[in-house]
Write a protein that binds this ligand. Structure first.
Ligand SMILES: Nc1ncnc2c1ncn2[C@@H]1O[C@H](COP(=O)(O)OP(=O)(O)O)[C@@H](O)[C@H]1O
Ligand SMILES: [Mg+2]
Length: 1079
């Protein structure tokens, strides 16, 4: 909920003087003092802000404060300059009303500070953004520049503005600043050449000398020492708390931000330096022949340097200080200047130079800060003008200043009353005119075109003939004598004749703020503001861009014989414009008051404040404000504030606020004449009524506070009790819950155990069954699976890869075998049985096959070979075969017999006639016929015999005669014995007891032993009725010689016996045959 605060809350004294009761000057001052002592430096009179200078920094200008006052209604918070600034800014932004903020007060009262506070507040609350911030910065930074050139230390104020300033800040429709225009009013230029005791010249001189670098000073031909310059008063050259050097830097920086070029800054400083140099010019009289003194520049060094600085020809300037050209009736007359006139001219030049420089600065700043956009602007003007001044010695400046203040007062009265009046009309309240002092008469006295003081001064200045200040006063005396606000010793009605407080050369004006005594001395001169034309022309000739601009009237091409307008005239005109300007705007007043003369904090000098309260017309202000109704407030906030005073409106009023207020007022029995109902506001005539309401409210608030306290305490106790009760219930509930929980858990546990056993048993049983079932199912499934598997495998085996190996193997093997066989076929050896060659085996695993095939092939080849044999050949081979069976590897003679063909009939019996008889004697076919040697049994000598073999017998016949000597039937033969050696000996052994046995065994030798024995054996084996003939082969065998058994022994023959076989009878029993060793 938003807290509604009001000006009326926590008031120290009264925040708004309109509510002061009783209203008197004393109570007014008392209220101010009370507030001042409590650091409340701001107080309202209606919408006017009175500001007391605290002379110390108060923590009331923080960004937080800005936020606090931002967008709040004027009377919502305690009085503050921010409230006024906010009100002005918001009505500018939201209601499109141009505003002006008029800050008045005497020198040192805080006007300039106030204007800066307003500007900074507006800058803080208005729009933001790069462009806007630049504009704001330029507007704010124009202040230090103008203060450096236009402010000076005075006895009243260390930073006193010596010019009037009015600044229009321009805003766009959103309330963002666009730019500004500054107008300056009447710089107190006399200060340039002379400062009252305890005061200083303008800050810039001191800042330049303290803050500039050595280099810069050298360029400007200056020295750092203040005492070197006549125009700088020495008694207060340095001011405590004022750092000129630092300020110089600030000013240069500010000039840069505002947009001054480097060369412009240099030119400005050159002019400042020139003014200082000018002050050092001294003149001496030089007698002329006509007896007149003519002034001459004493020490030309300063003049020279100054001319160098400004680019002026020295002689021209020098001449201008000695002569003066007067033009009368189109004729130029040159008159000499005396020393005093020369000094006058010098000072006039210095003053003009400086004041024109100042005006140029303002123009230049305006160029920078002027709003660019051509659209319609909203304008907020801030007027910081010198305040009403009453010095001991008041001159033309004070007169002008006070005139200005008089005009401001006029506009203040006019606008305030007009506004007041307008509000009554707006609100439909009857308006009764009230009496107040209207200072229009005083304004008229000063500015009236016919007989106003300024008009008369101008008239006097322009009048031909001798014009002095006295003649001016005389004129005043004659013309203004009747005026009730004008006083003079020589007044016609001479009622002041004996008034010694009014000297002869003075006149006194009864201003709205008090009587001021003006000394007429200098009025004419100052109004004329004359600068000898020679000087302005000399300046125009300067080779310096800025100087030339400042003295346009020096241009000989534009010689103007008309006098320039007087200072008074100019001022009146500019004030007139200003007033016209202000009247178009909604005024906001800040009236500054200086609490003491010592520039000290915490001191409230009663008399001083009283004086200011008087001349500022604050009492009148209050009175005017109170003339109709002292207080007004819109219905809504009024009802909100006082609704607790009536039961009908408390706590809520349903209906229009105005009705609520009416009910409230009726209920409170406020007399009808004490208030009036406007359209949107209630108007309260007397502050008393408001205070009555406030008092009631306060009481009511106390009651309400008590009520609230009561209810709060009750509520607190109750809620505490309820809390305790609730806690108790909660605790009990929790405990019960806990106990029940425990019990429950126990039961639950037991149940669970029992249940778990049962369930466990059941479950196990079930599990067993299920397991069995599952196993059965698994078995079935497995069997089926195997069965199916087998079937499927069987069905698909051929498709399976597992069999591919075998298949591939088989295939490969087949292929290899095929290749092998084909290879073998094409590679077979010859058909000759004795061919030993055979292809190499290609694979080791074929070893057995290969060998077997070789064997088979060989057999087959042999068979083939055999099959081509004839019967005879076959028989021959059979014999050969038999020979081999008998002798192979047994008898050394055998190998040599293999190649010999078994001829059989070596004797060719049939053909040979020698044996005709023999063959005819033998009736059987002769199977073998050969010559053999018959070994003599007695000596071992051999004798040839024919050896014939038939199927039935062996026949031995004499070789020569062919006579059969012995015929042995084959069945009588029991065995044949031979040796193992290469001899041809063989013994035919006869069966014992046979008919032939009587002859004894036969020992024979033949070259065809193998054939003979083989044939013998063959015949015996073919005969079915006989047993086989034995063939004994050994190197010792027994032979039956008649009765004797003789052992035939074969030995290896010695080499001396030659190669022939020798047989010798060793003894009865032994016949030794020596056989040569076979090769
Ligand atoms: N609101 C303020 N808070 C603190 N000091 C102030 C305030 N207003 C004025 N002063 C002091 O008073 C001095 C004079 O104020 P200034 O505004 O220059 O007076 P004026 O412009 O009325 O001559 C300032 O230099 C400052 O020290
Ligand atoms: Mg000031």
């Amino acid at each position: 909920m938003e807290v509604k605060t009001s000006l009326l809350d926590n008031m120290i004294g009264v925040g708004d003087m309109v509510l002061l009761e009783p209203l008197s000057e004393d109570s007014f001052l008392e209220n101010l003092k009370k507030r001042f002592d409590h650091n409340e430096i701001y107080t309202y009179i209606g919408s006017v802000v009175i500001s007391l200078n605290p002379y110390r920094s108060l923590p009331i200008y923080t960004p937080d404060k800005v936020e606090e006052y931002r967008n709040r209604n004027f009377y919502e918070l305690s009085p503050h300059i921010y409230a006024l600034a906010d009100e002005a800014y918001r009505s500018l932004r939201d209601q499109d009303k141009d505003q002006c903020i008029l800050i008045t007060g005497e020198s040192g009262a805080g006007k300039t500070e106030a204007s800066k506070l307003v500007m900074s507040y507006v800058a803080a609350v208005c729009g933001k953004g790069q462009e806007v911030n630049k504009v704001k910065e330029q507007l704010l930074q124009s202040n230090p520049v103008l203060e450096a050139f236009g402010n000076a230390k005075t006895v009243r104020n260390d930073n006193s503005s010596r010019f009037g300033k009015y600044m229009d800040i321009e805003f766009d429709f959103k309330g963002d600043p666009l730019g500004g225009v500054i107008s300056n009013y009447l710089l107190e230029k006399s200060r340039v050449v002379k400062q009252p005791r305890g005061e200083r010249n303008f800050h810039i001189f001191y800042q330049l000398l303290s803050g500039a670098s050595d280099d810069m000073l050298k360029k400007l031909k200056l020295e750092r020492d203040f005492s070197k310059y006549n125009y700088l008063s020495l008694d207060s050259a340095t001011v405590s708390g004022l750092d000129d050097a630092a300020n110089f830097r600030t000013v240069r920086n500010a000039m840069q931000i505002v947009g001054f070029m480097e060369d412009e800054m240099q030119s400005v400083l050159e002019l400042v330096a020139a003014v200082l140099k000018l002050g050092n010019l001294d003149f001496k009289p030089e007698s002329r022949c006509n007896g007149m003194d003519e002034s001459r520049v004493k020490d030309k060094n300063d003049l020279k340097e100054m001319c160098e600085l400004l680019g002026i020809e020295q002689s021209v300037l020098e001449r201008a200080f000695s002569y003066r050209t007067v033009e009368a009736k189109m004729e130029k007359v040159s008159t000499t200047l005396n020393v005093a006139q020369a000094y006058y001219a010098r000072d006039a030049l210095a003053k003009n130079l400086y004041s024109r420089l100042f005006s140029w600065l303002v123009t230049r700043i305006n160029e920078s800060i002027r709003a660019q956009a051509k659209t319609r602007h909203k304008v907020m003007g801030v007027l910081d003008i010198y305040g009403f001044e009453i010095f001991e010695d008041n001159s033309f400046e004070q007169f002008i200043i006070n005139y200005c203040n008089e005009k401001l007062q006029q506009i203040f009265i006019e606008l305030t009353l007009r506004e007041e009046q307008e509000e009554y009309v707006r609100e439909g309240i009857e308006w009764t005119n009230i009496e107040y002092f209207n200072n229009a008469v005083i304004c008229d006295l000063i500015e009236n075109n016919q007989n106003g003081i300024l008009a008369m001064l101008d008239e006097e200045c322009l009048r031909p003939g001798t014009v002095t200040d006295e003649t001016f006063l005389d004129k005043l005396n004659t013309i203004c004598a009747e005026h009730q606000h004008f006083e003079s010793r020589l007044n016609k009605n001479s009622k002041f004749l004996n008034d010694h407080s009014l000297p002869h050369n003075c006149f006194r004006i009864q201003h709205y703020a008090g009587k001021v005594l003006y000394r007429v001395e200098g009025f004419v001169d100052k109004n004329n503001d004359l600068l000898y034309r020679d000087l302005s022309q000399a300046m125009y000739k300067a080779n310096h861009s800025l100087i030339k601009q400042l003295f346009p009237e020096g241009n000989p091409a534009k010689v103007n014989l008309k006098r320039p307008p007087t200072a008074g005239f100019q001022f009146r005109a500019s004030v007139g414009t200003l007033m016209g300007n202000l009247q178009t705007k909604n005024p906001n007043y800040i009236r500054c008051i200086k609490p003491n003369d010592k520039k000290a904090a915490h001191i409230f000098t009663d008399s001083l404040v009283r004086h200011q309260v008087r001349y500022l017309g604050l009492m009148e202000n209050v009175r005017v404000r109170r003339a109709g109704y002292a207080f007004r407030q819109a219905y809504e906030p009024c009802l909100e504030r006082y609704k607790m005073l009536c039961k009908n409106t408390w706590p809520h009023w349903k209906g229009p606020a105005r009705q609520g207020v009416e009910v409230l007022m009726t209920d409170l029995q406020v007399p009808a004449e004490e208030f009036a109902y406007g359209r949107s506001k209630i108007f309260i005539r007397n502050p008393r009524t408001l205070f009555f309401l406030e008092e009631k409210r306060k009481q009511c608030l106390e009651d309400l506070a008590t009520l609230i306290q009561k209810i709060y305490r009750g509520w607190k106790c109750r809620s505490h009790f309820l809390l305790l009760k609730k806690s108790e219930i909660v605790v009990a509930a929790w405990y019960r819950r806990y106990a029940q929980q425990k019990k429950y858990q126990k039961i639950k546990h037991s149940t669970t155990v029992v249940q778990s056993y049962t369930r466990g048993w059941q479950a196990r049983k079930l599990l067993r069954e299920l397991k069995y079932q599952k196993k059965c199912e698994e078995a079935v499934t497995t069997i089926a699976a195997f069965w199916h598997g087998t079937q499927v495998r069987r069905e698909y085996r051929k498709f399976f890869r597992a069999n591919a190996g075998r298949k591939i193997y088989n295939f490969t093997i087949q292929r290899i075998m095929q290749k092998y066989f084909l290879g073998l076929k094409s590679n077979l050896p010859s058909m000759s049985p004795i061919d030993k060659s055979w292809p190499a085996r290609p694979y080791s695993f074929l070893e057995g096959v290969h060998a077997e095939l070789r064997r088979i092939f060989h057999l087959w080849r042999c068979k083939k070979y055999r099959s081509q044999f004839t019967e005879e050949k076959k028989a021959v081979y059979e014999e050969k075969l038999e020979a081999s069976e008998l002798f192979k590897d047994k008898k050394a003679l055998y190998p040599s017999s293999v190649s010999q063909t078994f001829k059989g009939d070596y004797l060719e019996m049939v053909k040979n006639p020698k044996y005709q008889k023999l063959s005819s004697a033998i009736d059987e076919k002769i199977l073998l016929a050969d010559v053999v040697n018959k070994i003599n049994r007695a000596n071992g000598k051999s004798s040839p015999r024919l050896f014939l073999l038939t199927k039935k017998s062996v026949i031995l016949a004499d070789q020569k005669t062919g006579q059969v000597k012995t015929s042995l039937p084959l069945p009588d033969l029991s065995s044949v014995s031979t040796s193992t050696q290469s001899d041809g000996f063989f013994a035919l052994k006869l069966k014992e007891g046979s008919s032939s046995a009587v002859k004894g065994d036969f020992l024979l030798s033949s070259d065809h032993l193998i054939e003979i024995v083989t044939k013998l054996h063959r015949i015996s084996s073919l005969a079915a009725d006989r047993e086989k003939l034995n063939v004994d082969i050994s190197d010792e065998f027994l032979v039956q010689f008649k009765q004797d058994k003789v052992c035939v022994k074969f030995i290896q023959g010695s080499p001396k016996n030659g190669n022939s076989v020798s047989c010798k009878r060793k003894n009865n029993r032994l016949l030794e045959v020596s056989v040569p060793t076979s090769p």
